[in-house]
Design a binder for this molecule. Structure first.
Ligand code: SAM
Length: 250
């Protein structure tokens, strides 16, 4: 049975067909392969901190087509990118030719951490909010801890609450929010984690926790939060964003 995260493959197949290179870009024929300007700012902010490793090995979990890794690896890191979507990984390889980055398909909640090895920096560029099952979130953060070197840096950029539920229901018609989870209407029997509301099938797609709860989750998982930036939702978004730079507790 497929897990909800496997549905990202559908989105990357659509992106590839439309010629869209990077997650979040809109419209057809878009060829930019760089990070979103907001992501770029957060990377600049975290990586300029004095307690951050300046070179070594970096891994991005949920790397998509690799814009963040390309940005970081141009500063002297060697990189590994993992994503659940095969199409994203194929696009990432194509877009990253000539750079010291390896891409592999995999589920970040179920990693062979021994085979992957240890990293100076682990990046989550908008993946954690895709992990909707509480046990999977724990398994995922445990994996981050296992692959991080002592004093290694965990960079997290995630959607967070408080949420504007009215704005979400206006912008995304048919979506449902139950507790912290956003569900979209979805019919496909090969997925094991569909929920049924009012006789209709839904896929859990986003877990939007309050930013304070995410900080607690990260601390509880074994990290010391050294830097955090919280941006509340604005007129365009239904939720905020949280950026964290955290070190592994020794
Ligand atoms: C919002 S996109 C961001 C992609 C990329 N970091 C970027 O900035 O373009 C989230 C990514 O996480 C990946 N993802 C979600 N759940 C995953 C899982 N369980 N294992 C691996 N990748 C996952 C998705 O396929 C998607 O590429």
């Amino acid at each position: 049975m497929k897990k909800p995260y496997d549905a990202h493959e559908i989105i990357y197949q659509r992106m590839k067909k439309k010629g869209i290179s990077v997650w979040g870009q809109k419209g057809s024929g878009s060829t930019g392969k760089s990070c979103h300007p907001e992501t770029n700012n957060f990377l600049k902010d975290v990586l300029s901190q004095p307690w951050v490793p300046k070179s070594g090995r970096v891994i991005e979990l949920g790397c998509g087509t690799g814009p963040i890794l390309r940005r970081v690896c141009k500063r002297g890191f060697s990189g590994v990118g993992i994503d659940v979507s095969r199409t994203a990984i194929a696009m990432a390889k194509e877009q990253s030719k000539g750079l010291d980055i390896k891409f592999r398909q995999g589920d970040v909640c179920n990693l062979n951490t021994k085979a992957i090895g240890k990293f100076d920096v682990v990046i989550d560029g908008l993946c954690l909010h895709c992990i909707t099952d509480v046990r999977d979130r724990k398994a995922y953060l445990d994996n981050v801890l296992k692959i991080l070197k002592d004093n290694g840096l965990f960079i997290l950029n995630t959607m967070c609450g408080p949420m504007d539920r009215k704005r979400l229901s206006e912008a995304c018609k048919g979506h449902k929010i139950i507790k912290k989870v956003v569900y979209v209407p979805f019919e496909d029997d090969s997925y094991g984690s569909l929920s049924s509301f009012g006789g209709k099938s839904y896929l859990p797609t986003r877990y939007i926790s309050h930013w304070k709860d995410i900080l607690s989750e990260v601390r509880k998982a074994g990290f010391e939060v050294k830097l955090m930036r919280y941006k509340a939702n604005n007129s365009k978004d239904f939720c905020g964003t949280l950026t964290v730079g955290a070190l592994k507790w020794n």
